[in-house]
Ligand binder design. Sequence first.
Ligand code: ATP
Ligand code: MG
Length: 731
Amino acid sequence: MSKAALLDSLNVPQREAVSAPPQSVLVLAGAGSGKTRVLVHRIAWLLQVEGISPLSVLAVTFTNKAAAEMRGRIHDLLGMPVGGLWVGTFHGLAHRLLRLHWREANLPQTFQILDSEDQIRLIKRILKSLDLDETRWPPRQIANFINARKDEGARAKHLDSRGDEAQEQLIRIYRQYEEQCQRSGVVDFAELLLRSLELLRDNAELQAHYRRRFRHILVDEFQDTNALQYAWLRLIAGEENPVFAVGDDDQSIYGWRGAKIENIQNFTRDFASAIIRLEQNYRSTGNILQAANALIDHNRKRLGKQLWTASGEGEPIDLYSAFNELDEARYIAGRIKQWVDHGNRREEVAILYRSNAQSRVFETTFNEQRIPYRVYGGLRFFERAEIKDALAYLRLVTNSADDASFERIVNHPPRGIGERTVDTLRQQARTERRSMWEVTVDALQSGEFTARANTALAGFVRLIKQMAEEIHGLPLAEQVDAIIALATLREHYLSKEKGEAGQARVDNLNELVSAAHSYLQVRDDNAPEMDPLSAFLAHAALEAGEGQGEAGEDCVQMMTLHSAKGLEFPLVFLAGLEEGLFPHQMSADEPSRLEEERRLCYVGITRAEQQLVISYAEQRQLHGQTRFSAPSRFLRELPDALINEVRPKVKTYQTSYAPSLRTAQTTTAKPKIGSQTESGYTIGQRVSHAKFGEGVIIDAEGSGSQARVEVNFKAAGRKWLVLAYANLQRL
Ligand code: ATP
Ligand code: MG
């Protein structure tokens, strides 16, 4: 592609960014304005027009999926595949550095990645060995503490308790945790970054090498970098190398995980960069964009941007008020069928939700109605028990020091090794600072266990050694298959869980073999220096949760709002817009966190290209509880004129007035005071509710178990309540 052709499909400020001289640039712009497009074109420009070698380019994306997409787009632009380019997430790139320089990083060559679940297990073991009570020291909070310290670049030895006892204890746990990880040759997610930062910081030769190599560094979704990632960028860039960053402060949604929005401000200072703004949105219809703009306008802390579109208004935004979560899922299923009946594809449809747990009802409904779907993130294929079993075998075979894997499988499937034996091994490994595997092998020789335990342990050791021998030299997928077979995992699950449950696990194990197979096909030049099995295991840990649905099948996409960042879909459903769920309960009371929730909602709305459908349920089963929630405050922040309320429910109430959250305040056709409702209540009746206090019934609809009334509460305002549950007292 020629120079002119590369710029042809871009607007003026986009061109300016793509063809900027080699200097640091910050493209600061709203959703759908072409930031990612500009970044991809910039890479093509550097390679094609500036004649830069692909080896000199380092590009950071937010997900592995985005990295694969970016490669594809560059390939399309240049008309040929480009090898040697480093494209990946911060974690993926850091991991790659550590694999290349494991010695300098003081890691074993076969080091493994500890995912979040393994991390919790390890912390639990440490608490046990320190005789600390899990209720007082919740493992998840400790994990958060450790991860947050690492994200700030602080190791246990850097921390000072200042005499605070609890702090002292946390630091002690952190220190033990570090030692244990080091001994087992495992690194957690935050460690990947911190370790590779230290590697480059403390090793002058490597630092100089990479600074000479990566002449051009590009970062997408810059607003969500945390302090450590920012430091990592500065270190790799050094004084000379320009950084090309694109981002949107209105889409910063990882503050809770340490992302620093101030990095945007620091960037212009630290990198002396030019700022380029893009204002035209190419993704969404006018209505969708207007709704997004109106919503985000409620945030105070903004850098402030304008966004407009040349496309028409498009369809209004549909708002569906569901009775409950099942009603919501069925409505959405119906809309998807319509969409497909009109000749569209399912993969053009995304369902976005705030909380992972919301996917379950959709999954059940779609299974019933035979709608193929795929869940991104969250369902975590790689975190299912049977998959983790197989991976643990693979990991122990590649790295015998991996104690977490050892513990998971030493007696799984059961082979007569008791908890006491494992406890002894663990204790011994800890005092001798060796791996449980080494301790076991020695114990077999000295014969310190009972004959029974000894035989069982010997069987286990033999099995692992046999695995290592048999998979040697096999292609990756066959290695995975062989390990599953030797471990007798399929047989184990079929006999342990009868019927479909057991079969589902076997299906998943088979799926792991296919995953290994297709993984090898897509790997192309992503980290060629790694052996396939290590690369696959790293992939499994970094990219938990590819999805269901057959490969290549046309599937509806389901994901949390967080994982929808950067993506776009013709039809988007935003489900569960209820107070307490979205904005999330934990964030509603704190202004800065509420603003982050609002940015998340902005991200959701701006994923939609042609049609946006928003829904909420008046009653919802979630996390095993029934909740009655008011519609989300975010709904009130959307301009009325853009919203089309869908209320297909059969009304038994005689007036034609459609009660509604949004129009109740303005409508004139109010039901008459004193008129009798189907359910026996009268309009105007004073009632009291356990939670909302006193109020007056102002509307009603439905009958039987679905009868509902709208009450104007003195303190809590207007709410629709299902009579069967509300337990109203007449006053
Ligand atoms: P987000 O903030 O959501 O990550 P973004 O700013 O990265 O969005 P892109 O995904 O790059 O935006 O672009 C949004 C859509 O608009 C894409 O489909 C892209 O191809 C299209 N687009 C961007 N710029 C142009 C242009 N100049 N002409 C035509 N289409 C464009
Ligand atoms: Mg983008």
